[in-house]
Ligand binder design. Sequence first.
Ligand code: PMP
Ligand code: GLN
Length: 403
Amino acid sequence: MAGEDARRHWAERIRGFGTTIFAEMTELAVAHGAVNLGQGFPNFPCPDFLKEAARKAIYGDQNQYARSAGTPHLVKVLARELSQEFGRDLDPLSEITVTTGATEGLFIAAQAFLEPGDEAVLIEPFYDAYPADSALCGATCVHVPLRPAEDGKWVFDPAEMEQAFSEKTKVVFLNSPQNPTGKVFSRPELEQIAALCIRHDVIVVSDEVYDRMVFDGLEHVRLASLPGMWERTVTLGSAGKTFSVTGWKIGWAVASPTLSEALRKVHQWVPYAVTTPLQEAVACALEEAGPRDYYAQLQEMYQTKRDFLVKALKGSGFQPYVPEGTYFILADCSSWGFENDVELCRYLTVEVGVGAIPPSAFYSDGHKGLASTLVRFCFCKTDEILAQAAEKLEKAYRSRIGR
Ligand code: PMP
Ligand code: GLN
């Protein structure tokens, strides 16, 4: 029953899935020895205080199943850290659920709140897990595209946003700071979305994994802190981004006791519980981050890397949209003269030696055309790697335009 034949056993709901663009482009980058500015993961080590805390937890024999919703230490530290930002006293035991990365948070939220035939509203470009998680529930997606305004900021049309909501809408996936645009949604924008969610009685999955990467003194507004939103918002966070440990897969979901109860009904059957010693290490790291001024240093480091890559891209024929947050940059690549973004990214990876992600992966079929002249680079890389990438891009661009 090998090969093609065995495919008849595949469930209908998985048949449409290919391989994620991140796996595909990383494989291509590795195969061609390219400098990888594609998949977003730091290529530098995580802080020593995190490694030390993990070592202590493992040698301290914290190696058995954790409490299903998260170790008491980690949920307590998260509640303490986030209460002020959420404008309420978060209850560690009933309002915080530790997940296997934000990826699990997205999956269990979709499973907990979407029924077949329901609609989910997605803002395009979207993180590619949102449509997949919706499809696994039998829900359909309605898309609201962001478009670049004259000042280079990505904005949605309020009328289009309003039209996306119907009596079928059950969930909105929101991502701020947003991958891949780097957009940080402003308070008035979030208020508009919140008003629609309240009017249509919709749950919001607010993916805030890049909450510690906000630049130029901008404010990261917690959607759940807006009036009327706490009862209908699931906020997702991830230690992978904040502490440069994407391989640890420690995330969390913050939500009211009733919404958390729904998430936990699914979570208990997916991983049951999350890696004990790494939860302990993240708890210790969160405690140490403040006194060490870690967040300010992280923000400063990424802002410097952003500025370097923006300048380098401008010097290589790209027109970057300067990101307000995250560690990604979207750039217009029209002057490189390619048919579409996938072709350009293959060329950059294979011929130029710089891996990148084609942003059409973050658009629905009907809107992929909006991405045809865009490319996504990440700047969570060492200065040496960024400099190597800049040099390769500049050289390749010069030879393309014959200078
Ligand atoms: N949401 C967004 C917007 C992301 O970019 C990522 C990156 N992987 C995730 C969720 C998943 O986070 P994690 O690695 O914690 O599963
Ligand atoms: N979030 C990462 C990115 O956007 C990739 C995560 C993954 O590979 N699934 O690059």
